[in-house]
Design a protein around this ligand. Structure first.
Ligand SMILES: Cc1ncc(COP(=O)(O)O)c(C=O)c1O
Length: 423
């Protein structure tokens, strides 16, 4: 990690850096912190819309935003407006997306352990696609379809591709809880069983090989496996899931959504896939990560023999990724974004846990200290959506900025909200 000022490329598309402040979407981030408090998630609508638009143009109709990466009503509607379907993985996500006004015919339903109630609701609402994951689900489906009840489905398969990423977010290899193995014959058996079910229209297969993947080769391999595997079928859709990586820190670089789609299409063509088969994907992180910035206020600076700890007013409850995956982030001082960052600190949260570390070795300007506002960029994905109330810390508010104005899309949680569940 460098002591140079924060890289412009890690910030949202509309970010403008001055020596004494940063604007995103034309709005000063320090003003947002004053108005809405900290911690605060800020999303640049222009970045979100640009990435959705890019995905909608790069893949075929039916490409979906993976809502697990960041979900609220405003985000679901934005993805819809920009031409995407919305992928949900549980009944809870399905409910929120439908409440938000996304029509069921634009919803893709996932899940590795869908209850009968979840499947029944997806069928009753008429979701666009149900992605079937396992034999128990096929059995449940068999009890629900037929006699005038129908569903459009894909079968989720594991193509046997080992993606180069953290083992917790790898899913395409054989030893995984997701999908049916192609190599073992389970995937073929699942397809035969699905074809036996009256009321099920099977459109094709789906594979998701993992997350935060920087090389497109894994996706090309996955597409080749899917194309070969379905050569004798009359399917009209293949979906390569999500998983495109994003750069979180200086020195990382990731392919664009368009490059990802191009590599996938090339692999499909080279494998002889029929031109009429729709090629789909479900990007999450690559849509929302770079659009988001989290703002914190520094509360404590503590010097111990080995290092300096700088504690902010959030932590593992609003960003569990460093704890879960050892993920790296960068930080900058909102009042001095163009300054060099020679001060090396361990940026920690306020939770009662030694592991509550946001950045193991963060670089900040020499003067940054108690009372200052610091920001962590590229925090738009799997931050708010994985947020918890550990230590009964209320979840932050979320604000969208665009063309010089801000709108709160999720208000800050209160301790009263947390107390509501007491019986
Ligand atoms: C089935 C499926 N599709 C899409 C995604 C989104 O992945 P990403 O956010 O890495 O693009 C995931 C993430 O876990 C997934 O499991």
């Amino acid at each position: 990690m460098s002591i140079e000022p924060i890289l412009r490329s890690l910030l949202p598309d509309t970010a403008a850096l001055r020596h004494d402040g940063v604007t995103v979407g034309g709005v000063d981030l320090r003003e947002l912190a004053e108005t809405y408090g900290t911690p605060l998630f800020v999303y640049d609508e222009a970045t979100l819309r640009a990435r959705c638009h890019e995905a909608a143009g790069a893949f075929d109709d039916g490409v979906a935003f993976a809502s697990k990466s960041f979900l609220c009503g405003a985000m679901a509607r934005l993805a819809l407006e920009e031409g995407l379907c919305v992928d949900v993985a549980t009944g809870g996500e399905l409910d929120l997306v439908l409440r938000s006004g996304v029509p069921p015919r634009r919803v893709i339903m996932h899940g590795n352990n869908k209850s009968k109630e979840e499947i029944a609701r997806a069928i009753k609402e008429g979701v666009h696609r149900l992605i079937v994951d396992n034999f128990d689900e096929i059995e449940r489906l068999g009890e629900l379809v037929g006699a005038g009840t129908s569903v459009n489905a894909l079968v989720r398969v594991t193509p046997g591709v080992e993606a180069h990423t953290h083992e917790y977010v790898r899913t395409g290899q054989e030893d995984t809880k997701f999908g049916f193995s192609v190599a073992s014959g389970d995937a073929r058996r699942a397809i035969s069983m699905m074809r036996e079910l009256a009321g099920v229209t099977l459109h094709g297969v789906h594979a998701h090989i993992g997350s935060q993947i920087f090389e497109v080769e894994g996706f090309s391999q996955s597409m080749s496996v899917l194309a070969d595997f379905t050569r004798g079928d009359d399917f009209d859709e293949l979906c390569i899931g999500g998983g495109l990586g994003v750069a979180y820190v200086a020195g990382e670089s990731a392919p664009s959504i368009s490059e990802w789609a191009r590599a996938t299409r090339d692999a499909a063509r080279e494998s002889g896939l029929r031109a009429e088969v729709r090629i789909l994907a479900e990007p999450g992180r690559s849509i929302v990560a770079q659009a988001g910035v989290t703002l914190y206020r520094v509360g404590v600076v503590k010097h111990v023999t080995q290092r300096t700890y700088m504690a902010v007013d959030g932590g593992m409850s609003d960003n569990p990724r460093p704890v879960l995956y050892g993920s790296g982030y960068e930080a900058f001082d909102l009042g001095r974004p163009l300054a060099d960052r020679p001060q090396s600190v361990r940026l920690v949260g306020k939770h009662c846990e030694s592991g509550d570390v946001l950045i193991d070795e963060a670089h900040l300007p020499a003067a940054t200290g108690v009372g200052d506002l610091v920001a962590t960029p590229v925090t738009g994905a799997y931050g708010y959506s994985m947020a918890s109330n550990y230590n009964r810390v209320p979840r932050p508010a979320v604000v969208f900025v665009r063309d010089g104005s801000a709108r709160e899309v999720l208000r800050r949680e209160t301790v009263d909200d947390l107390a509501r569940l007491e019986v």
